[in-house]
Design a protein around this ligand. Structure first.
Ligand code: BGC
Length: 347
């Protein structure tokens, strides 16, 4: 399919950013940018066949330069938190930016989501590949790393995000996509009526700063049990300590191993269901508890809890927990992972 490229404005540093639009045979469209390798828009058909843009984002590149809430962001080298902004690797202690209290969040102040990546389009596969060179000790992570993120739009209405990376020293790779989804699109101000399903028997317990304690908690009989569809707003404000700590859902689920979708979200209004597929062990469901009226596309203000993120990942702070699968990759080893967001419609 034809991939179109257009100007997305100039960054503060004077770089020219571009927007790439992918279209499939069903009419679905994905708009991505080489600035931050961000997902800007995702136009999905609803039950009436009308296209709805189901992700929050900005109209101009300047929005993405000041994107404190990480709309549509590619996060790297490490997504989620590292406790006390410290970790030990091969006997050496490394320190990271403290950009979330005492802790490190989403790589630090100089995130991959606010850098210009290079781009290659592939019209045969209907994909755009973004590439970034991350130097040794970038953000506090060792090794010169070559990183790529490829967005592919398939004809069965899935956006596939493929990550590849390797470095010349042992290092951490734990990337994710931080898109905020609302399946009713721009006309909606709340995700609380949406229903979510997560194929997970447990979640990782976290403290008041959202740093894992190392304990894995069974979801049975808790508001964290999403093994059947649960309306997001049903228990979000209940008197349950993890929800108080997170100011709502902002937790990592321990995904059950499955061939199928690890999570789903649906809106009965638009009839759209989103399925999430991944090969990673964890997923943070974050219900936009800290959105506070940021102004986005078409002047829309993104209200608290107006959208939800499904951030597939190694568990938060995994580098500091021996019982969590390690996000450390040896020099020369390949980090290769894929997450798919697939859209279907029920009429
Ligand atoms: C975190 C939230 C944080 C948000 C930033 C999420 O991945 O879990 O706590 O506020 O990112 O937008």
């Amino acid at each position: 399919m034809l991939i179109t490229k257009k100007d997305f404005g100039r960054t503060k540093k004077g770089e020219n950013a571009s927007l790439y639009t992918l279209t499939n045979k069903a009419g679905m469209k994905a708009v991505v940018s080489d600035f931050g390798a961000v997902l800007v828009s995702l136009f999905v058909p609803d039950k009436n066949g009308d296209l709805k843009d189901v992700v929050w984002g900005y109209d101009k590149v300047s929005g993405y330069e000041n994107n404190g809430v990480y709309l549509g962001s590619t996060i790297g080298r490490n997504s989620n938190r590292i406790g006390k902004s410290k970790y030990n690797l091969n006997g050496k202690e490394y320190t990271l930016d403290k950009n979330d209290g005492q802790n490190n969040l989403h790589g630090g102040f100089d995130g991959y989501n606010a850098r210009l990546w290079s781009a290659n389009t592939d019209e045969i596969n209907n994909s755009v590949k973004f590439m970034l060179d991350s130097p040794d000790m970038d953000q506090g992570f060792p090794g010169n790393a070559k990183i790529s993120v490829t967005y592919t739009l398939t004809d069965d209405n899935a956006i596939k995000i493929s990550y590849e990376a390797s470095a010349d020293k042992d290092t951490i790779f734990n990337m994710t996509n931080h898109s905020y989804f609302n399946l009713d699109g721009e006309s909606s101000d709340s995700v609380l009526e949406h229903q979510v399903l997560i194929n997970a028997d447990a979640f990782t317990e976290a403290d008041a700063e959202s740093i894992p304690t190392g304990k894995i908690i069974d979801v049975t009989d808790t508001p964290m049990d999403f093994r059947n569809y649960r309306v997001i707003g049903k228990d979000i404000d209940s008197d349950y300590e993890p929800l108080k700590f997170g100011a709502g859902y902002d937790h990592n689920w321990v995904l059950n191993k499955t061939e199928g979708a690890v999570a789903k979200m649906r809106s009965l209004n638009s009839g759209i269901t989103m399925e999430v597929y991944t090969d990673l062990p964890g997923m943070q469901l974050y219900t936009g508890n800290f959105l506070a009226g940021e102004e986005g596309k078409n002047g829309k203000k993104y209200a608290r809890r107006s959208a939800a993120c499904f951030e597939t990942q190694y568990f938060p702070d995994a580098v500091n927990h021996e019982n969590f699968q390690s996000p450390i990759f040896s020099a020369g080893d390949k980090y290769k992972t894929e997450t798919i967001y697939k859209f279907t419609v029920e009429s």
